[in-house]
Design a binder for this molecule. Structure first.
Ligand code: ADP
Ligand code: MG
Length: 462
């Protein structure tokens, strides 16, 4: 009987609408002339009643006859962690208000709406096609997130990774990774509607839809998405109405096995101002963090970027950059861009000198941390030795002590690893660096004069 209903329905509405609103329906039973169908959510039921009641009537007339009755079974999801979905039966009615459950936003039910033919809208994914898996370098810092993303790209919605929540600090590749997933799916599934949206834009659209009384269009639009990518959800902290609305969209999509991918600058548990039920949704699939890239990954990223730009630089310069910038990938890219600009402005090769100067300027400009070069300059000047002395293998006392101080300050004032510090001091290994740091820190405890010197050096670094 339901198949005969579907025939009628399919003939009368656009494909996209059919897929969104009728394919997810499960026919449960036929009791005499009463057909019961299961729908994924309260909202779904309301949408059907609001928009398709005449069509459903027509379908029933055709499949059962005029006495045919429709009964809905709604999967109700209260949203608290652990609560089981339960099914309630709702008779077909034209007044969804009467069936309003507590957990539905009153605004959603109140707002009048007018059905638009969503198929006629241009479905833009808002993806940036330059973000791909091909140019995303894999490393320990992103392995879990990348492989989960890749699995999803091949089987959106049907892996256990739904939702996928990628979190991590700024510039570590969250946006790149989730867009790579989106691009992959879009390129390999023409029929899937992939949508990338920042959480901020989502909120703006939501607020506008309330202002213009078109909340239902807004909801309807999001409920048609096959792969929803929301970037930077931390922005929703404290935005109760947005959260509530997204909660409904989330449940609808998730119930219909649509893929949801989100990013955040911190772990779900640390998202203050986010409703518990939403936080628990975020953790329902897979949560993967991106961390700072290690030396090897930084080197690979630099090489890849240079290759993409078609420029060649010596390995020692690449090594220098990889050892000097360890904050995040965006910064690494910024330095490469500046380097290229400097090289073409001054019509010179990118060599170690240019790299040093560029890095120094960038870091001075951004008033960020101290560079290792500055540490070496300041220490060398103070002790009247040369930077070359600091990097040399010389065991002379005049060189050893300033060198140890410089290593100590490098550890204290920069974010560099022991390994990278060793690299900047003539390729010493990290145990030598540890020894130097230990020596100086012991000395400062017993020698107030040295402590003063160190403080003075620190302030001239700033
Ligand atoms: P986030 O969204 O975490 O702030 P982005 O995704 O915007 O970071 O990444 C910043 C820049 O670094 C982008 O240009 C991106 O292409 C690049 N990037 C980040 N991670 C990688 C990686 N693993 N391989 C290649 N490029 C990367
Ligand atoms: Mg981002």
């Amino acid at each position: 009987v339901w198949n005969r209903c579907l025939q009628v329905i399919q003939e009368n509405i656009p494909d996209q609408s059919f897929r969104t609103w009728f394919e997810p329906i499960v026919p449960l039973r036929l009791n005499g002339s009463e057909l019961t169908i299961q729908v994924p959510s309260q909202f779904f039921y309301e949408w059907l009643e609001e928009n398709y009641v005449h069509l459903l009537r027509k379908a029933l007339d055709f499949a059962i006859g005029h006495h045919g009755q429709l009964q809905y079974s709604i999967i109700v999801d209260k949203g608290d962690e652990g609560s089981k979905p339960l099914t309630v039966n709702v008779p077909t009615t034209k007044s969804p208000q009467t069936a309003k459950p507590d957990n539905v936003d009153a605004d959603i039910l109140k707002s009048p709406f007018e059905m638009k033919d969503l198929d006629s809208l241009q479905l833009d994914s808002y993806l940036n096609p330059t973000y791909t898996f091909d140019n995303f370098i894999e490393g320990d810092c992103n392995r879990l997130g990348r492989s989960a993303g890749f699995a999803i790209a091949q089987n959106p919605g049907t892996t256990a990774f739904n939702p996928l929540m990628i979190y991590g600090g700024v510039g570590l590749g969250k946006t790149h990774l989730v867009q790579a997933v989106g691009n992959y799916i879009k390129n390999n599934n023409q029929d899937k509607f992939v949508l990338y949206v920042s959480s901020e834009k989502f909120t703006t659209q939501f607020i506008n839809s309330i202002r213009t009384d078109s909340l239902r269009d807004f909801m309807g639009f999001y409920m048609q998405v096959d792969v929803l990518i929301i970037d930077d959800v931390q922005f929703w902290a404290g935005k109760e109405k947005t959260q509530e609305t997204f909660f409904h969209i989330f449940n609808h999509l998730h119930g219909a096995k649509k893929q949801i991918i989100m990013t955040s600058d911190r772990a779900p548990r640390d998202l203050q101002g986010m409703q518990d039920r939403l936080q628990s949704r975020f953790k329902q699939g897979l949560t993967a963090d991106l961390t700072q890239p290690d030396l090897e990954t930084r080197t690979a990223i630099i090489q890849k970027k240079l290759l993409a730009e078609g420029i060649y630089i010596e390995n020692n310069v690449i090594e220098y950059l990889a050892h000097s910038i360890n904050t995040n990938v965006r910064e690494l890219e910024g330095v490469i861009v500046s380097l290229m600009a400097q090289a073409s402005l001054n019509r010179r090769e990118i060599d170690l000198d240019l790299a040093r100067n560029t890095l120094r300027n960038i870091i001075i400009d951004s008033e960020k941390e101290v560079t290792i070069d500055t540490v070496q300059d300041v220490v060398a000047a103070h002790f009247s030795v040369t930077v070359a002395d600091l990097k040399s293998k010389s065991r002379k006392k005049e060189a050893v002590f300033p060198r140890q101080i410089a290593m100590f300050l490098a550890k204290d004032q920069t974010e560099l690893s022991l390994k990278s510090i060793g690299y900047h001091f003539g390729g010493r290994d990290h145990s030598t660096v540890i020894h130097a740091i230990q020596t100086i820190s012991d000395l400062t405890n017993t020698n107030p004069q040295l402590r003063e010197t160190i403080d003075k050096l620190k302030s001239s670094l700033k």
